[in-house]
Design a binder for this molecule. Structure first.
Ligand code: GDP
Ligand code: MG
Length: 602
């Protein structure tokens, strides 16, 4: 297709504002999916996505559209490539690559809710990529819709007239043809160099059990043809293009893809890390010299130790992680051993949602029962003698003369009704935040921007924000670098033995509260033993909190008065059973439930 007839666009929306429903309507209106095949959220393929209503992986579909009579381009079939971006904060980099494949975007806002944090964060990204922005209000069929109010808010945000804000219902289809006409009119066609070596940008890479990795690309310059030998520019790896084509929405092979086009390709590789999001593909011989800009290696931001509840499941856990990694270049892990929890893995994630999704898939798809340690961020520790450490597990925080500790920080965007400003600022201050700025979107809604340590955000920040604002606030954040902070490691000792799974890194000012809370919690969870068990929290060798589990003489046979032998035996058996679910930490028996209860944040 001629570039002049191409339009590459995406839909930016806060969760639940109707992106998937709008995509469904577009598939239907352009005839690529007929009524019989239609099912809700056609493009959300993963089960978890469908159940949670979130889009994790982006997809691209090719929609043929002839603008209506009297409209610009009417009578000519244009090709609209709709690129579905992941909507969640954890996947900012993938969002940025999807946006880089587009020339325009639809900014979709629920007419009953108004702008939310995710809308804003993604809009900022779209503006950084110089995309044409089409503001649209959705759900105008809802009785609770306030199109006038929110059209004004949206117009104010993107700098247009309120009349230029389209009003649609993705549910009924009202306004959707007009929206497609507007995409043709306002999204610029792609510009690239036709007669030059190919440069194609990878914006998604998905593992398929039958076909191997399916790579989604936008051809920026030149042409890629099937059977051609290609090269991944970040690694230099060479592959053959076994198949190339477009999605409409199922895969359809073609002879090639040329300048401005969007589609998929298959090289037979089995692992998404060989076909990395953001990388540039060119021909193996006489290829381009300079890759397209913007490539970054995925960087895990949050780590957690994952341990099988039943130690004999360890090989299954390894196998499951190996499988998941085929489809997830951001998932990293290495074996680790915990004195308290046994054999497991230290696993790195892009963020909390990523962590949750992986845990859920391990449990649901692979039938594993897991204990996960509290999530922590990555710390850089510089010692006075010049040695440097990267700490992904709090129990490995170095001892000795520490010079500085660096922790990752994020830029958080919070949107809420203005009555909650005080509560939000208090929460952010408690979480060591620095106020960056505040803007009113309308007279009663405000956008608040903070720099916050990521460690403070991963620890139930979102839940707190929701409860302090009666659910009205929305949050988005992106990593912005690191800062030096006064951080210390708090260890928990049972009967003098360190419990590695409970070590945590906290700010100096919060260490005491953390120690007191954990020690109190453990005292309730650890049963009495035959001896007294001190539970201590310590920074280095300095104890900052202490509780004691008093000793009991536990003689289960005492009840039997020496009479009934079979009853006695049964009791002994039962006691043995109970012991199996105990873990020995040094000389103390700790029920597994205690670990789970302490590690699940509340
Ligand atoms: P996404 O999270 O942005 O992909 O949102 P979905 O497309 O999954 O929509 C979220 C919910 O809003 C679903 O229950 C949809 O049925 C509903 N919805 C989407 N568009 C409309 C609309 O135009 N009108 C009404 N009444 N409901 C809609
Ligand atoms: Mg969706």
């Amino acid at each position: 297709t001629e570039p002049a007839l191409l339009r590459n666009f995406c839909i930016i929306a806060h969760i639940d504002h109707g992106k998937s429903t709008l995509a469904d309507r577009m598939l239907q209106l352009t005839g690529v999916v007929d009524q019989r095949q239609m099912r809700a959220q056609y493009l959300d393929r993963m089960d978890i996505e469908r159940e949670r209503g979130i889009t994790i992986k982006s997809q691209a579909v090719r929609l043929p559209w002839s603008p209506s009579e009297g409209e610009e381009g009417s009578g000519t079939t244009h090709i609209l490539n709709m690129i579905d971006t992941p909507g969640h904060v954890d996947f900012t980099y993938e969002v940025s690559r999807s946006l880089a494949a587009c020339e325009g975007c639809i900014l979709l806002v629920d007419a009953a809710q108004g702008i939310e944090a995710q809308t804003l964060a993604n809009l900022y990204l779209a503006m950084e990529h110089d995309l044409a922005i089409i503001p649209v209000l959705n759900k105008i069929d809802l009785p609770a819709a306030q199109p006038e109010k929110f059209a004004a808010e949206l117009a104010n945000l993107v700098g247009c007239d309120p009349e230029d804000v389209l009003r649609v219902s993705a549910k009924t289809g009202i306004g959707v043809p007009e929206l497609l006409n507007k995409v043709v009119r306002e999204v610029p066609p792609p510009v690239g160099v036709k007669d030059s070596p190919a440069r194609a940008m990878i914006f998604d890479s998905v593992y398929d059990a039958y076909r191997g990795v399916v790579t989604y690309v936008k051809v920026v310059d030149g042409t890629l043809n099937k059977r051609e030998r290609i090269r991944m520019m970040s690694t230099g790896a060479a592959h053959e293009l076994l198949e190339i084509g477009t999605n409409s929405p199922e895969m359809k092979a073609a002879d090639g893809l040329s300048v401005g086009e969007v589609g998929y390709l298959i090289t037979g590789v089995k692992d998404v890390r060989q076909s990395k999001v953001g990388d540039t593909i060119t021909q193996l011989t006489k290829g381009a010299e300079e890759p397209l800009g913007g490539y970054k290696d995925p960087k895990p931001m949050v780590f957690s130790g994952l341990y099988p509840l039943d130690g004999s499941d360890y090989p299954e856990l390894r196998e499951a992680l190996d499988k998941l990694q085929l489809n997830d270049a951001a998932l990293v892990y290495e074996p680790e051993t915990s004195a308290a929890l046994g054999f497991g893995f230290r696993v790195g994630f892009l963020g909390l949602l990523h962590l949750e999704v992986i845990r859920e898939r391990l449990e649901r798809e692979f039938g594993l029962e897991l204990i996960a340690t509290a999530p922590n961020v990555v710390y850089q520790v510089d010692m006075e003698d010049g040695t440097e450490y990267t700490v992904t597990n709090p129990s490995e925080f170095p001892v000795g003369k520490i010079d500085t500790v660096h922790e990752p920080v994020v830029r958080a965007t919070i949107l809420a009704p203005s009555e909650f400003i005080g509560a939000i600022m208090e929460l952010c201050q408690n979480r060591r935040g620095t106020l960056l700025g505040m803007d009113y979107l309308s007279e009663d809604r405000v956008e608040i921007r903070y720099t916050l340590p990521l460690a403070e955000v991963v620890f139930d920040f979102f839940d707190q924000l929701k409860s302090k604002t009666r659910g009205y606030a929305s949050l988005d954040y992106e990593p912005t670098g690191e800062q030096t902070s006064d951080l210390v490691k708090v260890d928990i000792l049972l009967h003098g033995d360190k419990v590695d799974a409970f070590s945590a890194i906290t700010h100096k000012d919060k260490a005491y509260a953390y120690g007191v809370r954990l020690v109190a919690k453990l005292r309730e969870l650890i049963p009495r033993q035959n001896f007294e068990v001190p539970i201590q929290a310590a920074i280095g060798s300095r104890v900052i909190a202490r509780e004691t589990v008093r000793a009991i003489r536990k003689d289960v046979l005492a009840k039997c008065y020496g009479g009934d032998i079979s009853r006695k035996r049964k009791l002994l058996e039962k006691q043995k059973e109970g012991k199996k679910r105990m873990k020995m930490v040094g000389s103390v028996e700790v029920p597994q439930e205690a670990f789970i209860a302490v590690l699940s944040s509340d």
